[in-house]
Design a binder for this molecule. Structure first.
Ligand code: THU
Length: 133
């Protein structure tokens, strides 16, 4: 697959999947379960959930868990990532996750839920002036 973006239908399906994935999160401290589904340029999907820890600072966000799976599998080129919280599903990625997503695919789309339905945004527009070495 060589698509550089996704259709409304694909975005909606990706978001539904992220919401289902969120149920598998390990979030006993915050109680806030997050799921992420990453769509790679070759059509592969990588899922991630937040993984908290008793040493709070060692916790991992769902987005970065999904990226870790993709990079570990040799995939570095992404079309989109959907992020949802369990339940109502509306969430916006933290700054650290935006920086990590920017590292690989600045043009990738971020799919989240919103009052108006599914929201699709370009990651590069959500992190002006990212850090570069
Ligand atoms: N969290 C994510 O997994 N992704 C985000 O974009 C924001 C926050 C997690 C981290 C923590 O486990 C919980 O949500 C509450 O902050």
């Amino acid at each position: 697959m060589e698509a550089t973006t996704i259709t409304d239908q694909e975005a909606s399906a990706l978001l539904d999947r992220a919401e289902a994935v969120a149920e598998r999160a390990y979030a006993p401290y915050s109680g806030f379960k997050v799921g992420a589904v990453l769509l790679a340029a070759d059509g592969s999907f990588f899922e991630g959930v937040n993984i908290e820890n008793a040493a709070y600072g060692s916790s991992l966000c769902a987005e970065r868990a999904a990226v870790a799976g993709a990079i570990s599998a040799g995939d570095q080129d992404f079309i989109a990532i959907a992020v949802a919280a369990a339940g109502d599903g509306d969430i916006s990625p933290c700054g650290a996750c935006r920086q990590v997503l920017m590292e690989f695919s600045p043009d990738m789309r971020l799919v989240t839920g919103g009052p108006g339905g599914v929201r699709v945004e370009k990651v590069s527009e959500l992190l002006p002036r990212p850090f570069h070495l």
